[in-house]
Design a protein around this ligand. Structure first.
Ligand code: SF4
Length: 230
């Protein structure tokens, strides 16, 4: 069990959040409006797969479930990279069991560019960190990545895909990822619950779905969108 992009970002917001995801996920409370935004984000991501025309999608689910079969996705991705497929969607990579799937890989003369799709009107710092994690894993798998783009949701619904180049910023997160990924790997496996005092991290950058577990239930909270980052 390694670290995924979601694990990494959640663990960097709060170590205890990651531990609870792994050991006590039933305590999670996801508000309905956040679920709706997640669904809308998935729909936008599905549409974006065709933004460069024909594509090959790597997604495979375990039989009878909607759980991705990562092993088959990794094998599919390697096969299409060898074939030189021009556009590969949901391309999967793993390094020492740390895992990521990239929304869109587009072939270039020297390797591939990658595009992460966010159902958001603007690029947020969290998105660039996400892309930095993905680049870290992909680079360690030996694939040459040229440019890195975040695709945001523009105002023109006929052509809503706005491409933002975040190459330098995303690649600049490599040492930050390396400094933290191994510690998060160890931490998620420990048996005892991690003790983290509540604080700013409970709502920043995202509202924590374990908020009520860690806080007094009577406290009023404002719900922030989580959905844009998936
Ligand atoms: S509510 Fe706060 S302390 Fe508890 S897991 Fe979430 S971020 Fe961490």
């Amino acid at each position: 069990m390694g670290i995924t992009k979601t694990d990494f970002m959640r663990g960097m917001q709060c170590r205890k959040m990651l531990w609870l995801d792994k050991h006590r996920p039933s305590l999670k409370v996801i508000p309905p409006e956040i679920r709706q935004r997640l669904d809308a984000g998935n729909e936008f991501g599905d549409k974006a797969m065709a933004m460069f025309g024909d594509f090959e999608e790597m997604t495979v689910y375990r039989p009878g479930t909607t759980i991705p079969d990562k092993k088959k996705m990794l094998a599919n991705t390697q096969r299409h990279l060898k074939l030189g497929t021009p556009v590969i969607c949901e391309a999967a990579f793993s390094n020492y069991n740390n895992y990521c799937a990239v929304d869109i890989l587009k072939k270039t003369e020297t390797g591939y560019d990658f595009y992460e799709v966010k159902n958001s009107p603007e690029v947020k710092e969290q998105f660039v960190k996400d892309a930095g994690f993905q680049h870290y894993i992909i680079a360690r798998c030996g694939l040459n990545i040229g440019r890195i783009f975040i695709v945001t949701h523009g105002e023109d619904e006929e052509n809503p895909f706005v491409i933002n180049d975040v190459t330098e910023e995303a690649k600049g997160y490599a040492s930050w990822v390396n400094e933290n990924i191994w510690n998060l790997n160890r931490l998620q496996k420990q048996r005892e619950e991690i003790d983290v005092p509540v604080g700013d991290q409970c709502t920043n950058p995202y509202e924590c779905w374990y908020y009520h577990y860690c806080h007094d239930d009577s406290e009023q909270i404002s719900l922030e969108a989580w959905a844009e980052d998936v």
